[in-house]
Design a protein around this ligand. Sequence first.
Ligand code: ADP
Ligand code: MG
Length: 389
Amino acid sequence: MSRINTRRVTATATHGATDHAPAITFDRVNVAYGRGRGATRALIDFNLRVSPGETVALLGPSGSGKSTALKALAGFTQPVSGTVRLGGRDVTDLPPAKRGIGVVVQSYALFPHMRVAENVAFGLRSHRVPRSEIGGRVSDALAMVGMSAYGKRFPRELSGGQQQRVAIARALAIRPKVLLLDEPLAALDAQLRQSMLTELQQLRAALPDTAMLYVTHDQSEALALADRIAVMRDARLVDIDTAENLWKRPPSSFTAAFLGGANLLPAVVTRVIGTSALVTVGGTPVTAQAPQPEIGHVDWESDSGALLCIRPHAVNLVSPAERGAMPARIVGTVWRGASTRLTVALVGMPETPIEADVTGHDERPVGTEVGVRFPDQGAVLVPAPGPVS
Ligand code: ADP
Ligand code: MG
């Protein structure tokens, strides 16, 4: 008994693992593809910590380095420098199969010549799960994704959504503490994506101790699933916070625009009192929120480069005669069923058109004169982007 305990302590000390460590740690990870001048730096000084049970979405445009981060953690690519840790244990030099991570990719990657149950069992064998346990583990995993009745089928006999469920079951069968999902819904059609998103939410609730890293370029998936969102751009992490904070008070114009679409208007800050600002947009006074980030004080009044961020649904279109409204003209209109997206150009600011969402089918034609109003505190200040880095 005491010998086992001693060995355990030794093993812990060697690998640096502790119960309180983050489930996932990226510590200044750099990844490059190719060498020398022609190399692509796909991940630059990437830092991230994910707590046990937490879901973090890596959100960013195509090519921003999301999959590379995931591959570095799974062991499919080797960092040039930096370390990745699982539960505090440095796994940077460990082969993928030894990391005990569940991985789900966009293309399902099922073995076509193996039946569903064999596909799910495959990982268990390579993880040396005792033979007597395999059947039960396969059943449990298939049940979790609602695929119990399909164990005998081949992947080609399943729809895309069903194949992706099997891929998720295969990842879950090893009962990983860490689950990585790389655009798992991207290959599915829009309707199926919606129902799978609901299923993933249920799965998350059913696995309260599993940390998840969920890669997507789709902000609605990130908003629906993630406790926190890490926004990526050009191989770097640009912002990380709860979905709500990023959406309500975006720390950068990039995040403001990428997360949900935003109007970003050049604004002159007149006065700031606490978290409230008086600004002018095209000469019209507007009140806005002035967030005070904990790190890096922003002096809205003297840092001349502030943008006013206002979401399309928050823009009010009123009569052009209304007092205090900014005169504008409709320059574009797209009916979207439940709402209409109108593009309006402010008089004197035609170069920064504003998008406004109006409920229902708005049939006002292009050319109609309107008034634009921003509700009190309905807009938020965002630092203007500095010189391109
Ligand atoms: P994302 O998943 O955000 O779309 P990736 O991590 O796949 O982005 O890619 C980041 C960058 O690295 C891109 O410029 C991409 O072209 C490049 N890249 C990715 N994989 C490879 C590879 N195997 N060889 C060379 N370049 C790669
Ligand atoms: Mg990718």
